[in-house]
Write a protein that binds this ligand. Structure first.
Ligand SMILES: [Zn+2]
Length: 222
């Protein structure tokens, strides 16, 4: 995750196929997480020159571990939209936690939280792309949240980052299989994140190329 964060600072978009391990606390592991790689990545990015960071956590479960580690640090802001109260804690100043109670409200709440960030500036977004909110996921799955909705979420996030020119590093989360969610289906869910990252990164690259062409068409300067 650290390398993904540093790569995103130069490349615009990067991802790690590890895990974010975001339940871990400073003094102990928690929720099968031994250390918090999201906060490790945030620290590395700040050390590398990023002025402020947003951690956008859309895993099914709350990110109390991350919240506890960044409490009181004005350089890192946490936006957490969850559907399951595991690892819930009261968000500290400047941070946000939503516990969604209706599938229909899931995307609108994420959209509203992102819109609220418009006046804020960030040098990097760390995106925890948890897929365990999908219905039938044995740990965290929420009725009514299906693959199409999660695909819409991924495009919402990466489009938002591109439109604001924000570098973004992502990490997949919530890789649980069960009787109604087999491994192929789970892999397909995580591929939604990769596809959205590539799609919006490519459109950004195309826009850059068009700008270069436009400039080339201009008469030579003085
Ligand atoms: Zn989870």
């Amino acid at each position: 995750m650290v390398q993904a964060a540093l790569a995103a600072l130069t490349d615009g978009v990067a991802g790690s196929l590890s895990l974010g391990l975001r339940h871990a606390r400073r003094d102990r592991g928690n929720g099968v997480c031994t250390f918090n790689s999201l906060v490790r990545a945030a620290s590395a990015a700040l050390h590398a020159g990023a002025e402020r960071l947003l951690i956008l956590d859309l895993d099914a479960h709350c990110s109390g571990g991350t919240g506890s580690l960044i409490a009181g640090n004005p350089a890192i802001r946490l936006v957490d939209v969850s559907v399951n109260a595991f690892d819930r804690s009261t968000p500290t100043r400047g941070n946000a936690l939503d516990l969604v109670r209706r599938a229909a409200a899931y995307l609108p709440i994420i959209e509203r939280r992102l819109a609220e960030l418009d006046g804020d500036s960030f040098g990097l977004v760390l995106y925890y792309a948890g897929m365990d909110a999908r219905q039938h996921c044995p740990i965290g799955g929420y009725p009514g949240i299906d693959g199409a909705l999660l695909e819409g979420r991924e495009h919402l996030v990466f489009r938002w980052a591109r439109q604001r020119g924000l570098p973004i590093a992502f990490v997949p989360g919530g890789g649980y299989t069960g009787p109604l969610l087999n491994r192929d289906s789970l892999v397909a869910l995580h591929r939604l994140t990769l596809a959205a990252a590539v799609a919006h990164h490519r459109s950004e690259a195309r826009a850059g190329e068009e700008a270069i062409v436009d400039r080339a068409d201009q008469p030579a300067g003085r």
